[in-house]
Design a protein around this ligand. Structure first.
Ligand code: PAF
Length: 288
């Protein structure tokens, strides 16, 4: 497993691999890896291992541009040694782990903005967040030039923003969204789960309970968004200390509210458990 820190090194390594005809799968991360990230690595390996084979690249970069001034950039978990060991076990070929100055040299002012969709769901609560995400992911795409890039569906709004960016800016790659990975008790895996105290960890389960309730009602034929939202809010109210940020049924591409889920929709919830902001969601397929 090769670990590179500079853009020049990453480009040189990839040029050599691509010259051998290998396809490239990229898993962008901010480190603090958990099973959710490793599921992306496995998906990349499976998708890129066709003839004549492929390479899996993982980037590890805690991107300062996607954190607001009062957010958790400084305390975001940095677990480089453990991350390296996990990626080595998964047979990853290349790690790109740049310093902030490598990605954003002094004086850099260029950014990528996917207007509209970037201001919805998490973008509404975290102004500038998706501009930071789109900018760093565009840079990673330009540096690594992957054939496919893998993201977790837990960050459904991020997936919507990045799909639109790939489409409208003509990046020549396929963006693959992989299913949410959950703890045995239902909690969606997240690097931020490690902030939770034991009591908060218990309270946090209310998010996946709300998701399951929406899933149950949808399976039973309920398609009215207001009914699904009311049921989810009733579940969320079981934990009065959990502060709901949003609880919505939206179009999965535009993230705009939809009144009905007949044509496919996304149920998405975000809530603060203590000071930790957690998200969860469910894709509601089109009803035949
Ligand atoms: O999902 C994440 O971990 C980050 O938003 C990403 C895509 C690595 C960009 O920094």
């Amino acid at each position: 497993m090769l670990i590179v820190r500079t853009i020049a090194e990453a480009r040189a390594a990839l040029r050599e691999l691509r010259a051998r005809g290998l396809s490239v799968g990229l898993v962008p991360t901010m480190g603090a890896l958990h099973e959710g990230h490793l599921s992306l690595v496995r998906a990349a390996r499976a998708a890129c291992d066709d003839h004549p084979g492929g390479v899996v690249v993982v980037s590890i970069f805690v991107n300062p541009k996607q954190f607001g001034p009062n957010e958790d950039f400084a305390k975001y978990p940095r677990t480089f040694e453990a991350d390296m060991a996990a990626l080595e076990r998964e047979g990853v070929d290349l790690i790109f782990a740049p310093a902030a100055e490598e990605m954003y040299p002094q004086g850099a002012t260029a950014f990528v903005e996917v207007a509209g969709v970037s201001g919805r769901l998490d973008g509404a609560s975290r102004p500038g967040h998706f501009r930071g995400v789109a900018t760093v992911v565009a840079k990673l795409f330009n540096i690594i030039e992957p054939d496919k890039a893998f993201f977790g569906q837990k960050d459904a709004a991020q997936v919507a923003v990045l799909k639109k960016m790939v489409d409208e800016l003509n990046f020549g790659l396929e963006l693959v969204a992989c299913p949410i990975v959950r703890e045995p008790d239902g909690l969606a895996m997240s690097s931020r789960n490690r902030y939770l105290s034991a009591e908060e960890r218990r309270q946090a389960l209310v998010l996946s309970r709300a998701v399951r309730e929406v899933e149950r009602l949808a399976a039973g034929g309920v398609t009215e968004s207001s009914e699904l939202i009311a049921a989810a809010e009733a579940v969320l109210a079981e934990e009065p200390e959990v502060r709901v940020d949003y609880c919505k049924v939206v179009d999965p591409d535009t993230l705009e509210d939809v009144a009905d889920t007949q044509h496919g929709a996304l149920f998405a919830v975000a809530a603060f458990v203590g000071t930790t902001r957690l998200i969860d969601n469910l894709v509601l397929p089109t009803r035949a």
